[in-house]
Design a protein around this ligand. Sequence first.
Ligand SMILES: Cc1cc2nc3c(=O)[nH]c(=O)nc-3n(C[C@H](O)[C@H](O)[C@H](O)COP(=O)(O)O)c2cc1C
Length: 148
Amino acid sequence: MAFDKVADISEMSMQEELKQVIYVSEKTDLSDDSLTSIFDASQRNNPEKNITGCLLIGSNSYLQLLEGPTVAVEELYSKIKIDSRHKNVKKLCEQGIEEKLFSSWSMKFTPFNNLDWSNQEFESGNFLKITSEGSINVFHSINRLMTG
Ligand SMILES: Cc1cc2nc3c(=O)[nH]c(=O)nc-3n(C[C@H](O)[C@H](O)[C@H](O)COP(=O)(O)O)c2cc1C
């Protein structure tokens, strides 16, 4: 019994700290090729870094949630920030988390018109003026839709 408890505690302390980053950016390339190559990179790289998340594809913008071990998320965000397929990358949220929202997705790609919006700008796929709180709510609703 006592031994089990010690094992539990040491396992907990070995778990990596998780972080979540959400950003919004402006597309510079509206082609499908761009999306395909972003998708390929996420499927190739994210699993080995234990990164998961969701990329919301707007008409003129991207809204992405990255989650995973702190250092891995920071490294990926630095890489993504300088990617020329988008510009004006603006961080909306950066926080430590206990649990992932998209734990079974290397990166869930979600087209904006798959969702119900009650906001005209978002309805048209423009996320550039979304607030930090708004962006968190969007990903929580996507998560709720998935889990029913
Ligand atoms: C909107 C957007 C989202 C991206 N998401 C990811 C991602 O989740 N994972 C990833 O590895 N690269 C992502 N990228 C691509 C990275 O910027 C970078 O090109 C890629 O990680 C390089 O991969 P490589 O080192 O395997 O060539 C994204 C790029 C953009 C523009």
